[in-house]
Design a protein around this ligand. Structure first.
Ligand code: EPZ
Length: 428
């Protein structure tokens, strides 16, 4: 398994190109199942999760071809969707779903288009049990029959889905996306209340509109959909990845550097920018991007609580903790979305951080310096949090199990090295 070696203490200065959003690309790719024509997606990131979704769609009979390279050598592969024949099968197998929980997002499109679908229950992951009850209740509200057997979800709607009022008792990004996609082909009107408002959901809704869907309330917590008999071809460019953007903003802050983040927008990371500026970091909008500087090299402690969008994103909690571990003063970080998203804490403490977890809150007392160590990555965002801490630490850090990183960060060592980081991937 690959490892990453980092020699810390260098301030990062330079430009980083931000890629397309992983968490927008995955539902957008699943939307290709809603039409017999071709859905072309551009600005797709080159990530392990995208590759897994390509394998899953191919397994379901989607003809997928990726082509096109960004001028700067990145990857803006274009994904061609289902082109009109019956899918080979309507089952998303355990082997693929266990690798990527977002595989559950094929359930809604398959059920809406073909009246049946079988998807392995995704199971939990390092950050929590990750149930899918909200997805299933939503499909039942649309008239589907759901069976759970031998670790699989089987969903049936032989007479098609019927529009309905779907009220989510709690906010769920994936459930909102799944029900939204299913509703576009349901017979009649669907209202989704207490919908998640993440930008990735708006991106999906705009793409579905280009495919012929009728959706109102985009960006709000109430989505209204009038179902159509079918959707058609569309070309769509995926939005920039706001979590990648905010992650590299923290890289500039934690190393006392000056980084220009290109191909992204400040509005996508407003809640993170507010926290960074509250901690003393300069974050400003520039032509085609964002500039982040922290000349003082250190930040002040500040409290953070994760919330559904537009609140502070849970996917940035680990990264912000790395920064606050070397701040002046104390911070309280509260994780309200997932029940086990502090796996990075013991590893940061092994670098000399002073962090105490009490239930869903962590008290972080800033220290002057962290020291390099050999670390273990546990999940995607915990992994990048360790990279950020290593960039600021004295000495050398080795991070094991970096396959977690490759799920969500494209060419991370290249992008950081280009700004002066001493970082290399060690093939095992
Ligand atoms: C999406 O996961 C993202 N993944 C996650 O990013 C992100 O952390 C999360 O939204 C929250 O923003 C993708 O978009 C592929 P949820 P999702 O349904 O949809 C509970 C990353 O690092 N819940 O909004 O699975 C759930 O357990 C990943 O890129 C139910 O109880 O998140 C959690 O506590 C990690 N029942 C809360 O809701 C359900 O049916 C929010 O989960 C569904 C969810």
């Amino acid at each position: 398994m690959d490892r990453i070696r980092i020699s810390g203490g260098k301030s990062l200065n330079g430009t980083i190109k931000i890629g397309g959003a992983k968490n927008a690309a995955l539902p957008l790719m699943a939307a290709s199942l809603l039409t017999s024509e071709t859905l072309c997606l551009s600005n797709l990131p080159h990530l392990a999760d995208i590759t897994t979704m390509v394998h899953l769609l191919s397994e379901l009979g989607v003809e997928v071809s990726m082509n096109g390279d960004a001028p700067d050598g990145g990857h803006i592969g274009r994904v061609f969707g289902l082109n009109g024949y019956e899918p080979k099968n309507k089952t998303a197998p355990y082997d693929l779903v266990r690798r990527m929980r977002a595989s559950i997002l094929v359930l809604g499109p398959l059920l809406a288009r073909w009246g049946e679908a079988k998807v392995s229950l995704p199971g939990g992951c390092a950050i929590g049990t990750r149930p899918v009850d909200l997805h299933l209740k939503g499909f039942e509200a649309l008239g589907a029959k759901i069976e759970l057997k031998e670790g699989y979800i089987s969903a049936f709607a032989p007479d098609g889905l019927k529009g309905a009022n779907v009220l989510f008792p709690s906010v769920s990004v994936g459930a909102t996306e799944n029900i939204l996609m299913a509703a576009t082909l349901a017979d009649g009107k669907t209202t989704i209340s207490n919908a998640a408002r993440e930008p990735e959901i708006a991106d999906l809704a705009y793409c579905l509109r280009k495919m012929g869907a009728e959706i109102e309330g985009i960006g709000s917590d109430t989505l209204r959909v009038i179902g159509k008999p079918e959707l058609h071809a569309a070309d769509y460019q995926v939005i920039p990845d706001r979590i990648e953007t905010a992650t590299y903003a923290v890289a500039a802050a934690i190393t006392g550097g000056d980084i220009l983040l290109k191909g992204t927008r400040l509005e996508l990371i407003e809640s993170v920018a507010d926290v960074l500026m509250g901690a003393g970091v300069n974050v400003s909008e520039v032509e085609d991007g964002i500039r982040v500087t922290n000349p003082s090299g250190r930040v002040k402690g500040i409290d953070v609580m994760t919330e559904p969008y537009p609140g502070f994103p849970t996917d940035m909690q680990a990264q912000m903790m790395a920064l606050l571990a070397v701040s002046e003063g104390a911070s309280m970080i509260t994780e309200t979305i997932f029940e086990n998203r502090f796996m990075h804490v013991p590893e940061l403490c092994r670098m000399g951080a002073d962090i105490n977890v009490h239930g869903s809150s962590a008290i972080v007392r800033g220290v002057d310096k962290l020291s390099g160590a050999e670390l273990m990555a546990t999940d995607l965002r915990a992994s990048i949090s360790l990279v950020l801490a290593a960039l600021a630490a004295e000495g050398e850090t080795i991070i094991n199990r970096v396959y977690h990183l490759d799920r969500g960060y494209e060419r991370v060592e290249e992008k950081l090295a280009a700004c002066g980081a001493v970082i290399e991937r060690v093939e095992e």
